[in-house]
Design a protein around this ligand. Sequence first.
Ligand code: SF4
Length: 179
Amino acid sequence: MANDPDSSNLHLMENIWMSFHADHEITQEEIAYERRQVCSNILSNFVATPDGQMVSCCGLTMEHIPEMKLGNGDTSDFSELHYSQLNDFVKVWLAVEGPKKIYEFAATYDAGIRPPRQSAHICETCVQMYKDERLKQVLADHYHECVGDVLTRFHINRAVARARPNKPNSQSALTGYGA
Ligand code: SF4
């Protein structure tokens, strides 16, 4: 990079490593999780994997969350797969509040449910949320209590994003969700 005249076009970024194995801990120098609470990826990106799967996000942990996989893009109606995401309230909730807030909602009904303390990334919290059967049962029993609030904020966010299409993270407005 020091000698290449085009080096200004290349940016090196240090990302976060996370472990998926209980016997392998990774120590983070800096906990980045607190900086990002709301998922700006879900319902904005529509991802095709090399094996033809259409996926709701390109998060670091999405391969470990079966709910993110919508179906095969080669054999299914692309548009139906795309819009089927809106029938999954948890995905809308992730876009509006993120996994930590969903954990906090569940904890108000079950004090034994806690967000992972050592999570270094929003996607790490997300995958643990999707693997927590106790949390999922609370959501199944109580999600309807916040549907109105979450959907209202979701549609307001989309309307604002559509009105400001050149702002960062406003690409989601172009997909037409909530139209
Ligand atoms: S937080 Fe969850 S939904 Fe969002 S990108 Fe990460 S894994 Fe995907």
